[in-house]
Design a protein around this ligand. Structure first.
Ligand code: PGA
Length: 306
């Protein structure tokens, strides 16, 4: 082949004719006249020095060469699309806001993830809110945030949710608690204990209540406490036992200020999810953060993936 000076425009016109097998329909699709379409195809055939269509009666068909060209045109169009997306993302990722809200218990790991993410995209301006499940759901409903990190989202809302990490809920007790040295404590025995409860609207609280109800265990509750920090302090102070995401108590476990009781059927197995409204058009930054959570968060935190 002497010299191939084909243009993207010729390929585009060719692809449309090949798709419709009609010069007229291609002309309509491309808002061109039919002679203009024919001319582009003729020029392309001239450049490639081989016919791409053949006419039998009133119908046109792709020649074998035409099929080859169609195959490569598709690949080229796809590459052009990918290039545009990559560039758009680059532009979008240079600066911009990421509005995210995380469940109170996710607060113990989310900043580490945000630190890693903003090291990669230093221009990103993060607005982080830490609140309970009920508020997260309201923020999603009112489109106040790009996405949230929370426990299992409700099935009845129009949401897109991807699990990215395990989120075991454990029973925490102060050091020296009488049950601390027992193994496989039967659930029934918890009926002798007193539990602290998170506020209504907490995902931890509803997971805990569902769990005990499912196992037919009637627990006694003492205080209602509206934050994980206060629950931990209250448990250390001997006010009762707590149920909490293991992610929220790691420091206290290391410092031996709290311990996990070895109770049958525990931990309650949950997952952390990244959640946004179904159909929400995520910004390039938000999309990058979502992929980051799904692909990298668990490994980064050295945790089992979702
Ligand atoms: P929360 O978080 O208890 O702070 O609401 C856990 C969850 O979203 O399930």
């Amino acid at each position: 082949m002497a010299k191939m000076n084909i243009t993207l425009r010729q390929l585009k016109v060719f692809s449309s004719v090949a798709k419709h097998l009609s010069f007229t329909r291609a002309a309509e699709e491309l808002h061109l006249t039919q002679p203009a379409v024919s001319m582009q195809v003729k020029q392309l055939e001239g450049q490639l020095e081989i016919p791409l269509f053949e006419q039998l009666g009133k119908k046109i068909y792709l020649t074998e060469a035409g099929e080859e060209v169609q195959h490569y045109s598709r690949a080229i169009a796809q590459q052009l699309d990918d290039m545009a997306t990559a560039l758009a993302n680059l532009k979008g990722l240079e600066h911009g806001k990421l509005r995210i809200s995380v469940a109170t218990t996710a607060n113990y790991f989310a900043p580490h993830l945000l630190a890693a993410f903003t090291r990669r995209y230093p221009g990103v301006n993060v607005i982080l809110d830490v609140t309970n499940r009920q508020t997260l759901l309201r923020q999603l409903a009112e489109n106040e945030v790009d996405m949230v990190i929370m426990g299992t989202p409700p099935a009845e809302m129009e949401l897109e949710a991807g699990p990215f990490m395990e989120n075991p809920l454990v029973i925490i007790a102060p050091p020296g608690h009488p049950l601390a040295n027992q193994r496989e404590i039967p659930l029934k025995q918890l009926e002798q204990e007193v539990f602290l409860l998170r506020e209504p609207g907490s995902g931890t609280r509803s997971a805990m209540e569902r769990f005990f109800a499912r196992h037919g265990i009637a627990i006694t509750t003492s205080m209602e406490v509206s934050s994980d920090e206060a629950i931990k302090q209250s448990v250390q102070a001997g006010l009762g036992l707590g149920v909490m995401s293991q992610d929220a108590v790691e420091m206290e476990l290391t410092l031996q200020r709290l311990q996990i009781l070895d109770v049958a059927h525990f931990p309650i197995q949950r997952h952390w999810f990244v959640v946004h409204r179904r159909g929400k058009r995520l910004s390039a930054i938000a999309q990058a953060f979502k992929s980051f959570l799904l692909d990298e968060a668990a490994a980064l935190l050295d945790k089992p993936p979702g």
